[in-house]
Design a protein around this ligand. Sequence first.
Ligand code: EPZ
Length: 419
Amino acid sequence: MDRIVIRGGVPLNGSIIIGGAKNAALPLLATALLTADPVRFTNVPRLADIDTMANLLAQHGVSVERDGANATLTAATITSTTAPYDLVRRMRASVLVLGPLVARCGEAIVSLPGGCAIGTRPVDLHIEGLKALGAEIEIDGGYMKAKAKGRLRGATIRFPVVSVGATENLLMAASLADGVTVLENAAREPEVVDLANCLVAMGARIEGIGTDRVTIEGQERLFGCDYRIMPDRIETGTYAAAVAIAGGDVELIDGRLSLLGSVCEKLHEAGCDISETPNGLRIRRNGVSVRGVDVMTAPYPGFPTDMQAQLMAVMSVAEGASMITETIFENRFMHVPELARMGASITVHGASALIRGVKELKGAPVMATDLRASVSLVLAGLAASGETIVNRVYHLDRGYERLEEKLAACGARIERAAG
Ligand code: EPZ
């Protein structure tokens, strides 16, 4: 298995191009199931998770033509409505084919995704929402077996907790339902907005995009469209955190300050200068120490849980203490013991971690457990003295395109070693 080897202590200077958003691209690719017309996407990130989704859609009968960062998907006929366990277990976002398949074909057999390192990851909200639209769903042999007599019917659905995936599944399903659907307490993440904007470009009628109350007037059919995927705000935040921890001055090309929201506020509070540039944004930390900040993760526009591990790495070398509370997932502190192996001083009390900044981290061999925990270890390695070896790099490849090349281009001493 490949590993990443870093010799830290070098500030980052230069520029990094931000790619298309993984968590927008995954539901967007699934929209191809909603129409027989070709749907053309640009700015598609080249990531393992995107390949997994493309393979899943292909086994449903979708023709997938890829050319670099462009992809054309055509679901002229859907040849299978089953999403098998061996594909779904690899990437839980596969569950996003459920809503489109039931809406287009009136049936779907989709494996339950199962849990993952960061939590049990239930899909009850997806199931309850589709039932409200008139689908009958039974759980049998680890699969969700959904059927709808005729078209789905519009309904009002109130989510008890904010769920990005459930909002996305139901946005897609409701777009072809008969009548009006209202989603209350809907997720407002920019990736959900990107999906809704693409559905509108396909002919869907959606009001309240970007708010927690979204109204969808279902259509008989949807049409193909051309759509450019938004830049990845978590990739942007991750490289901003890299400058925060290593120091330096980097332009993040195609990064959008407006999408960074509370991440920008917290990195500024921690001692960074972040400003908009004509091509994206610029982040600097020169000559000032990292200051400790307190953070509680929350649904958008709160501090994103997908940036929690990265911020913790930065806080581990801050002057003073900081408190990070994870409110979204029940087990998203697996990076803590690995950071501790590098000398970080972190105490976990339930959903909160108290980080006492240390003068210096020391390089060590560390183990990744999930995508964002992996990248937090890379960030720590950028600041640590000596050599850090991050194992199980396949986690990183799921969500970061050419990470070591992008950082090395800014002066980091980082390379991938085939293992
Ligand atoms: C999406 O996951 C993202 N993945 C995650 O990013 C992200 O961490 C998460 O949203 C929160 O922002 C993709 O977009 C592909 P949720 P999702 O449904 O949709 C509970 C990454 O690193 N819940 O918003 O699965 C759930 O347990 C990944 O890129 C239910 O209880 O997250 C969690 O506590 C990791 N029942 C909370 O809601 C349900 O039916 C939020 O989950 C669904 C969710």
